[in-house]
Design a protein around this ligand. Structure first.
Ligand code: ZN
Length: 148
């Protein structure tokens, strides 16, 4: 199997699997909309009591397979990270997505999220891949503000 085919398969699998799918009451959901593609996503980050660790991502949305798979992959790879780890993880993901194909996500660090590396070659799709991450960063800010 070619690497591109494998990556395509991971994206299709996560588009179906939707890890983290289902919003529960409470928390600080962030709603994001990508007008270019029509993707919509609402996501809530759940933190540990001390506010230091991400215990869960909850989300619901609809849209293209890249937008949905990115939310599911982020949930799979980033649940359990500290907030500080996640911030740098998200920055690295954003840098790769905006790199126009020049930065690939390493499988060592990003696991199955590396399957999204190829998206950065298609400028119009970058927002699709970033939607869940923008929502997560926004929800994180709102949640952390509530702890102060
Ligand atoms: Zn999309």
């Amino acid at each position: 199997m070619e690497l591109d085919d494998l990556y395509q398969q991971i994206i299709l699998d996560h588009n179906k699997k939707r890890a983290g799918y289902g919003l529960h009451p409470g928390g600080f959901p962030s709603h994001q909309y990508n007008p270019t593609c029509g993707d919509e996503l609402t996501l809530t980050v759940r933190l540990s009591e001390d506010g230091a660790t991400i215990t869960a991502f909850e989300w619901e949305g609809k849209g293209c397979s890249i937008s949905q798979a990115s939310a599911s992959l982020m949930t799979s790879e980033a649940t359990g990270m500290s907030v500080i780890e996640f911030e740098s993880f998200a920055n690295g993901f954003r840098d790769a997505m905006r790199s126009r194909g020049t930065i690939a996500l390493s499988e060592d660090e990003y696991g199955d999220l590396a399957a999204l590396s190829g998206v950065s070659k298609f400028v119009a799709r970058v927002k699709c891949a970033m939607l869940a991450w923008v929502a997560a960063e926004d929800s994180l800010i709102l949640t952390r503000e509530s702890l102060n």
